[in-house]
Design a binder for this molecule. Structure first.
Ligand code: AKG
Ligand code: FE2
Length: 352
């Protein structure tokens, strides 16, 4: 029993079983000491994160400091947005954006290797803007730095009052948490805790609201999002109480990432996998909503400055772990554009 999935990193042989409820296999990390003045407590946290990133590439976080009421308000705004008439949603069409921002209707995004079946989800994407970053330096015109910076598109304030303000507040809070977490990753890699700071002064981080409707034909299993890895450093996901997210474990079995109240889900993305020469796993995951209920999720994809060059860390290239990728450096914005093009415009014809 099993099947092969074609991925951007090559073919994967996966078991068809879904181990449901097995969230013991996805560790829970308590972030209460993330800002502790006691360096030994922070180092202990960094080691827990390191273990999760090496073994699984996925973990839940609790005591993360994102206010439950802010998360609830954001989910309410997502419901309100997706409940708008399609004509109103299409006024924000992503297809009109040069930087992949705005509204993507049902069945309009694809597996990066195969565009034959559209995903059963609709999405609304935003990206970095100075107003979403209380720490913004505003010392440059972003669009001159990388062609991945650009304008966000927003629904009319009269149609959806408070939508923009709530999303920017949510984004700003997630940015702060992500910059903090990245410091812990630096410690986990035996680097100074500010090692990555210069990479994230204007981080190319997108966030999206996603709505997965119930299966149109009861009993169907149309994928909501095909197996993929995320592109950036890591993703912080808020899912509602409806299950759908599955994670491929190291035995290539799907594990259901059950929703846990007030916890967020974090997964390693391609940049951290690349930086660490594969030590941290950018784990394949997918979402299919079989519940008969509407499901909403809100990923925040924490990246680095789009103009930043990411080079494999020397400390992660050893005799036992020679360089795994074809190239030693990538420009962040170029990589993300290439990946998003394969989702929306033209599939990869061969693995990377
Ligand atoms: O909705 C989810 O649970 C996962 C979404 C996801 O993996 C993505 O947008 O990259
Ligand atoms: Fe993802």
């Amino acid at each position: 029993m099993g099947s092969t999935i074609k991925t951007k990193f090559g073919d994967l042989q996966v078991s068809d079983d879904i181990m449901s409820g097995a969230f013991n296999s996805i560790p829970i990390v308590d972030l209460k000491n993330i800002n502790s003045p006691d360096i030994s407590q922070r180092r202990d946290l960094a080691l827990q994160l390191k273990d999760a990133c090496i073994r699984v590439g996925f973990f839940y976080i609790k005591n993360h400091g994102i206010d439950a009421s802010l998360v609830a308000r954001m989910h309410t705004k997502a419901h309100e947005y997706f409940s708008l008439p399609i004509d109103e949603k299409m006024k924000c069409s992503r297809a009109d954006s040069k930087v992949f921002r705005g509204y993507t209707p049902l069945l309009s995004e694809f597996d990066q290797m195969d565009h034959s079946v559209g995903s059963l989800c609709e999405g609304f994407d935003i990206g970095y803007e100075f107003d979403a970053d209380p720490q913004a330096t505003r010392d440059n015109e972003l669009h001159k730095i990388s062609n991945m910076y650009g304008e966000n598109v927003w629904p009319d304030e009269r149609v959806l009052p408070g939508f923009r303000a709530t999303y920017l507040e949510y984004y700003a809070n997630l940015l702060k948490l992500s910059r903090n977490l990245l410091k812990m990753f630096a410690v986990a890699l035996d680097l100074p805790d500010n090692y990555f700071d210069a990479f994230v002064t204007r981080p190319g981080s997108m966030s999206r609201l996603i709505h997965y409707p119930p299966q149109p034909i009861p009993g169907g299993n149309h994928p909501g999002i095909a197996p993929h890895t995320d592109f950036e450093c890591f993703t912080i996901l808020s899912q509602d109480s409806v299950r759908a997210l599955q994670v491929l474990n190291s035995q290539n079995k799907w594990i259901m990432a059950e929703p846990i109240k007030d916890h967020l889900v974090v997964n390693v993305g391609d940049f951290l996998q690349f930086w660490t020469n594969g030590l941290f796993r950018s784990t394949f995951h997918a979402a299919t909503n079989l519940t008969g209920l509407d499901r909403y999720s809100i990923p925040f994809f924490f990246g680095v400055n789009y103009d930043a060059v990411i080079s494999v860390l020397d400390s992660c290239i050893t005799k036992d772990m020679p360089l795994k990728s074809k190239t030693k450096s990538v420009v962040a914005g170029d990589y993300v554009r290439q990946q998003l093009d394969a989702v929306y415009n033209k599939p990869f014809d061969a693995p990377l």
